[in-house]
Design a protein around this ligand. Structure first.
Ligand code: ZN
Length: 85
Protein backbone atom coordinates (compact mmCIF):
# COMPACT_ATOMS: atom_id res chain seq x y z
CA UNK A 1 0.00 0.00 0.00
CA UNK A 2 1.50 3.26 -1.14
CA UNK A 3 0.82 6.67 0.30
CA UNK A 4 1.80 10.08 -1.04
CA UNK A 5 4.50 10.08 1.63
CA UNK A 6 5.98 6.94 0.10
CA UNK A 7 5.96 8.58 -3.31
CA UNK A 8 7.71 11.63 -1.91
CA UNK A 9 10.44 9.43 -0.46
CA UNK A 10 10.86 7.61 -3.77
CA UNK A 11 10.97 10.80 -5.78
CA UNK A 12 13.50 12.23 -3.35
CA UNK A 13 15.63 9.12 -3.92
CA UNK A 14 15.40 9.57 -7.66
CA UNK A 15 16.49 13.12 -7.17
CA UNK A 16 19.47 11.85 -5.16
CA UNK A 17 20.22 9.42 -7.95
CA UNK A 18 20.46 12.29 -10.39
CA UNK A 19 23.02 13.84 -8.08
CA UNK A 20 24.97 10.57 -8.17
CA UNK A 21 24.17 9.68 -4.57
CA UNK A 22 21.88 6.68 -4.91
CA UNK A 23 23.03 3.33 -3.49
CA UNK A 24 21.69 -0.14 -4.21
CA UNK A 25 19.49 -0.17 -1.11
CA UNK A 26 17.69 2.89 -2.39
CA UNK A 27 17.36 1.28 -5.81
CA UNK A 28 15.67 -1.72 -4.24
CA UNK A 29 13.27 0.51 -2.35
CA UNK A 30 12.36 2.21 -5.61
CA UNK A 31 11.83 -1.12 -7.34
CA UNK A 32 9.57 -2.36 -4.56
CA UNK A 33 7.54 0.83 -4.50
CA UNK A 34 7.08 0.85 -8.25
CA UNK A 35 5.57 -2.61 -8.24
CA UNK A 36 2.57 -1.11 -6.45
CA UNK A 37 2.62 2.48 -7.66
CA UNK A 38 1.88 3.20 -11.35
CA UNK A 39 2.76 6.88 -10.97
CA UNK A 40 6.30 6.26 -9.81
CA UNK A 41 6.66 3.23 -12.08
CA UNK A 42 5.91 5.39 -15.10
CA UNK A 43 8.43 7.99 -14.02
CA UNK A 44 11.13 5.45 -13.26
CA UNK A 45 10.54 3.62 -16.53
CA UNK A 46 10.93 6.86 -18.41
CA UNK A 47 14.10 7.75 -16.55
CA UNK A 48 15.45 4.24 -16.93
CA UNK A 49 15.14 4.55 -20.69
CA UNK A 50 16.80 7.92 -20.62
CA UNK A 51 19.59 7.53 -18.11
CA UNK A 52 19.81 3.88 -17.06
CA UNK A 53 18.46 4.34 -13.55
CA UNK A 54 19.77 1.74 -11.08
CA UNK A 55 22.04 -0.02 -13.53
CA UNK A 56 25.69 0.86 -13.86
CA UNK A 57 24.22 4.13 -12.65
CA UNK A 58 26.19 6.46 -10.48
CA UNK A 59 29.58 5.61 -11.96
CA UNK A 60 28.59 7.23 -15.25
CA UNK A 61 28.32 11.02 -15.32
CA UNK A 62 25.13 12.16 -17.02
CA UNK A 63 25.22 14.67 -19.83
CA UNK A 64 24.05 17.97 -18.38
CA UNK A 65 21.05 18.23 -20.73
CA UNK A 66 19.79 14.75 -19.85
CA UNK A 67 20.28 15.36 -16.17
CA UNK A 68 18.45 18.67 -16.40
CA UNK A 69 15.49 17.12 -18.19
CA UNK A 70 15.29 14.22 -15.76
CA UNK A 71 15.45 16.56 -12.78
CA UNK A 72 12.67 18.65 -14.26
CA UNK A 73 10.35 15.65 -14.53
CA UNK A 74 11.17 14.54 -11.01
CA UNK A 75 10.57 18.02 -9.65
CA UNK A 76 7.29 18.26 -11.53
CA UNK A 77 6.01 14.99 -10.07
CA UNK A 78 7.34 15.82 -6.64
CA UNK A 79 5.43 19.11 -6.64
CA UNK A 80 2.29 17.28 -7.69
CA UNK A 81 2.66 14.78 -4.86
CA UNK A 82 3.35 17.55 -2.36
CA UNK A 83 0.19 19.37 -3.39
CA UNK A 84 -1.82 16.18 -2.98
CA UNK A 85 -0.66 15.93 0.40
ZN1 ZN B 1 4.65 6.26 -5.90
Amino acid sequence: MNTPADCKAILANISAYLDGELDSTACEAIDRHCQACPTCAALVNGLRDTIGLCREAASLPLPESVRQRAQDSVRHLLNRELRKG
